[in-house]
Design a protein around this ligand. Structure first.
Ligand code: PNS
Length: 169
């Protein structure tokens, strides 16, 4: 049976670290659905449509990937999509507590009707362990170069959002 995983997140915006995790997940699962959350509590820089479009563009050429947005409980969305697991990246110990809580809550919420949904954690390449979307946004807003950390389309979108003129290459 084909195995599908959900890779959920805010992805505000997608970074090379997220793409690294996605590629690792594709080595284990037949297909991965990137699920971009619609909840606005974090006050995202990019709208959910923009974040979805940026991830879709960044994942172009990767087989077995679809990028969608969702709202409501992740476990319900994952069930609807027939996923057998949730994939998340784990960069450092500081990520652990939040991830531990989410994994156990999702397992609890999902086990009432069927088998529990498990969360699979993956470590990104070492060069991405200090990378986060928040840091990328801050560095870009203050005029720093983030081109090593995000896909080209995201670099351009950040410059446009921050009203920094895009250099022609
Ligand atoms: O990239 P993030 O912001 O760390 O991702 C968090 C995300 C989207 C995975 C989490 O907030 C989530 O699953 N939201 C959907 C609503 C939900 O199911 N909440 C309960 C999670 S235990």
């Amino acid at each position: 049976m084909k195995k599908t995983a959900i890779y959920p997140g805010s992805f505000d915006p997608v970074t090379n670290g997220h793409l690294d995790i996605l590629k690792r997940a594709l080595r284990i699962f037949d297909s991965v659905i990137v699920a971009v959350t619609d909840h606005r509590s974090k006050g995202p820089l990019f709208s959910v449509q923009e974040r979805t479009a940026l991830f879709r563009q960044a994942a172009q050429g990767l087989k077995g990937v679809s990028v969608e947005n969702f709202n409501g409980l992740l476990v319900n969305y994952a069930r609807k999509k027939g996923a057998c697991a949730i994939v998340r990246g784990l960069r450092a110990v500081s990520d652990f507590e939040y991830e531990f809580q989410m994994a156990l809550m999702n397992r609890h919420l999902s086990q009432r009707k069927k088998e529990p949904l498990e969360t699979v954690y993956m470590m990104p390449d070492e060069k991405y362990t200090y990378l986060s979307s928040s840091l990328v946004k801050e560095v870009s807003r203050l005029g720093g170069d983030i081109s090593h950390f995000v896909p080209r389309s995201v670099s351009a979108a950040l410059l446009t959002k921050n009203r920094i003129p895009v250099k022609k290459t």
